[in-house]
Design a protein around this ligand. Structure first.
Ligand SMILES: Cc1cc2nc3c(=O)[nH]c(=O)nc-3n(C[C@H](O)[C@H](O)[C@H](O)COP(=O)(O)OP(=O)(O)OC[C@H]3O[C@@H](n4cnc5c(N)ncnc54)[C@H](O)[C@@H]3O)c2cc1C
Length: 396
């Protein structure tokens, strides 16, 4: 690969917390970068209005190398007060404020395709422009990985939609809705429906709801709390400290990593949602075995042989990483990419089996643990990325 001949040194695909943070670090390190994507688009368009972040204040800063672009600085500079938990609208505004300061020259055009090229990669944009880049950093988020259960495959999205397809739940006013799932997204959607006066039932396979953040006393014990919980705010007591050290975490046997990761991020709601869903009917330990369109409605059959006739099913059924679903990765590139269970296998610099191709965010979670699925993992990811890129530049 002859990097000197490439049009660009590093192309970053994605302008969410990971792409923005990586851009800020690389630019501060003097790298020539181009950044693509609509800033904070996922948070703005694919989460419900009125939602609040589950991660706490300390875990919701988008990392920057000088620590000048924290949530606290955002509040200070704008004379703003941001309530806790953090409303998604304020977090989007914070992300856009971060972007204007760190990456004002962002290119909002979508990347249509990335191919392997003699000079590194050839990147094609949505409007047909193409250029070569020595490196590509994929920070494309999880939107492409939305999971729709098989029972709902043939159902039109007007009757059954994934949570990431909705950003204003008030549009279901006057309808009867079910929410499928028992994670934060499911429970928060149920709360928003209830508060909008929209009749809703939650149906989930789990036999009991899990909650996080119920042990507030354990978080207020000074040094002891610091030993029990990491400020990264991913996982319960103890596990929180372990997953906050991705380099150590990745050295454990795979089965331990998988078990611990599941425990850290199993479906659960934030404790502050409990009172908001009081009175919402919740059917646990049941699965939907079939869904059928009946006139303008949807009939759901559950495994206890009961039925529900509803106007809409909101599928809070999560995201399953499978990088072959990123529409911009070419087939020839995917054939050369080593993956495990849909995740790219990454080295210490978050670089894949294809030299110069890096992945940030949730796709990096197989190699570095669950922290990488959260905003608070961006500091680790950006530091690992610049160390890898600047070291390799030096040795070239
Ligand atoms: C309902 C919900 C609530 C959540 N709450 C929290 C929370 O409280 N705290 C937390 O830490 N995490 C939370 N998460 C997880 C959250 O998704 C990640 O933390 C965060 O989005 C990771 O940032 P990212 O930059 O990897 O991805 P994203 O924020 O999704 O950014 C991806 C970017 O890539 C761009 N992009 C994609 N494809 C292309 C393309 N072809 N060309 C150009 N650009 C492209 C998109 O436009 C977008 O800007 C939540 C997730 C969901 C679904």
């Amino acid at each position: 690969m002859n990097g000197k001949l490439a049009d660009c040194h590093v192309a970053i695909i994605g302008a969410g917390p990971y792409g923005l943070s990586a851009a800020a670090y690389l630019r501060a390190a003097g790298e020539e970068i181009r950044v693509f994507g609509v800033p904070m688009a996922f948070w703005q368009n694919q989460m419900p209005a009125g939602m609040c972040l589950r991660s706490n204040w300390g875990a919701s800063h988008i990392a920057d190398p000088k620590r000048e672009l924290t949530l606290d600085e955002y509040c200070l500079k704008n004379g703003n007060h941001v309530s806790k938990p953090i409303p998604v609208e304020r977090f989007v505004d914070y992300g856009l404020w971060y972007q204007r300061r760190a990456v004002p020259d962002i290119d909002e055009r979508p990347v249509r395709s990335v191919e392997i090229h003699a000079r590194g990669f050839k990147v094609f944009l949505g409007d047909g422009e193409a250029f070569t880049s020595r490196r590509v950093v994929v920070a494309g988020g999880i939107s492409a990985f939305a999971t729709r259960p098989a029972q709902f495959m043939g159902i039109p999205s007007a009757l059954a939609s994934h949570t990431s397809e909705q950003n204003d739940l008030r549009k279901f006013n006057g309808q009867q809705v079910v929410v499928i799932g028992a994670g934060q997204s499911a429970l928060e959607s149920a709360a928003l429906f209830k508060e909008a006066g929209i009749p809703v039932e939650v149906i989930a396979r789990t036999r009991a709801l899990n909650w996080v953040g119920l042990h507030s006393r354990l978080h207020n014990l000074g040094m002891i709390s610091m030993m029990l919980y990491s400020t990264r705010d991913v996982g319960p007591v103890g596990i929180s400290r372990l997953v906050a050290m991705p380099r150590l975490f990745r050295r454990f046997p795979r089965c331990f990593q998988d078990r611990t990761a599941y425990r850290a991020i199993r479906p659960a709601g934030a404790g502050w949602l409990q009172s908001r869903i009081t009175g919402v009917p919740i059917t646990l330990g049941r699965r939907v075995v079939s869904a059928a369109v009946v006139g303008s409605q949807l009939r759901l059959r559950l495994d206890d042989r009961t039925e529900r006739l509803v106007d809409h099913a909101l599928l809070a059924t999560g995201f399953r990483v499978d990088v072959s679903r990123y529409p911009f990765l070419s087939q020839s590139l995917l054939r050369q990419l080593e993956t495990a269970d849909g995740f790219p296998v990454l080295n210490r610099g978050l670089e894949s089996s294809i030299p110069g191709l890096h992945f940030l965010g949730k796709p990096a979670a197989w190699s570095f643990g669950p922290l990488l699925g959260f905003v608070s993992g961006a500091e680790f990811a950006s530091n690992a990325l610049i160390r890898s890129i600047t070291r390799k530049n030096g040795s070239n």
